[in-house]
Design a protein around this ligand. Structure first.
Ligand code: GLN
Length: 282
């Protein structure tokens, strides 16, 4: 039997031969093994691999070489330091979305009521609830499959009492009224022309309805800018993740809808998060 170190080195070279950068390949191989052992990634070196584990390990590695995202293989992903179940029915949490959560945490008033549109795995709402025990969350999601996963994550994090999940199409299950202190969303915002440019891992495996936002990718963003003021308390914030080429058009639309706003850049300096406050109309 190979030592753990040798096994990982072979898996790394095998993954690398399929174009996964070596360092990432090594990290991924270690994560798969840790998942099989049920231990922390750096503890794998203290475990010895029996034949059965080795077989399972290689079947994961082979799936990975077909481009299946690691998070779907493992059935979980880390977001904001918390673990969330994921499956092909929901988007895999992205690091840039942590920026959206950070700002939502800053702008949510004490005991605030927060609405999330399009919850997917639930990682945004559930993280807000985990980080702030004073907040009440309402999440709307249209997909049955996603709702099941969000529900499982809510149960896993024991947040049934503070996170409400509703099935429906964006704002439609809600009655207009100044109910919320903050609205947050990572809406589908990929445009039709960007679709072929997405990496195959995203395009071939993640759910298109969670990604595609119409011809220009702006359908959900614009709809949210138009309708959010009907559901927000006066002076409350709307936070949206947006695509890397959308800031200008979002700014134009937000001005038209009467918001004062700013954008937050992600780690690559791209305006990634829209933060707006609808000004009262006279
Ligand atoms: N950032 C995602 C991607 O590039 C898109 C997420 C979304 O549409 N909300 O794959």
């Amino acid at each position: 039997m190979l030592s753990t170190q040798e096994l990982l080195a072979r898996a790394r070279d095998f993954l690398a031969s399929f174009g996964i950068p070596k360092e990432e390949a090594e990290h991924e191989a270690r994560l798969i093994l840790a998942h099989l052992f049920g231990c922390a990634p750096l503890e794998v070196y203290f475990c010895s691999v029996d034949e059965k584990t080795s077989e399972r390990f290689w079947s994961y590695i082979k799936e990975r070489t077909k481009g299946v995202p690691l998070a779907y293989l493992l059935g979980e992903a880390n977001f904001f330091g918390h673990t969330f179940k994921v499956a092909p029915g929901v988007l895999i949490p992205r690091p840039e979305t942590e920026l959206l959560v950070e700002e939502a945490l800053k702008l949510s008033p004490e005991n605030g009521k927060v609405l999330e549109l399009g919850v997917g795995s639930g990682c945004i709402s559930l993280t807000l609830a985990l980080e702030r025990s004073d907040l009440l969350l309402t999440g709307v999601e249209i997909s049955n499959e996603a709702l099941k996963i969000a529900g499982a994550n809510r149960q896993f994090h024991a947040l049934e009492e503070r996170v409400f999940l509703i099935q429906g199409d964006w704002f439609s299950p809600l009655k207009p009224g100044p109910h919320f202190d903050l609205i947050v969303s990572n809406p589908p915002y990929v445009s039709v022309s960007e679709w072929p440019e997405l990496s195959p891992e995203v395009r071939d495996f993640e759910p298109p309805p969670a990604l595609l936002g119409g011809e220009r990718g702006l359908d959900f963003i614009f709809r949210t800018l138009e309708e959010a003021p009907l559901y927000l308390k006066p002076g409350s914030f709307l936070l949206l993740e947006i695509g890397y080429r959308q800031a200008e058009e979002v700014a134009r639309k937000a001005s038209e809808c009467g918001y004062e706003f700013y954008f937050l850049p992600d780690l690559s300096g791209i305006k990634r998060v829209f933060v707006g406050r609808a000004l009262a109309k006279n």
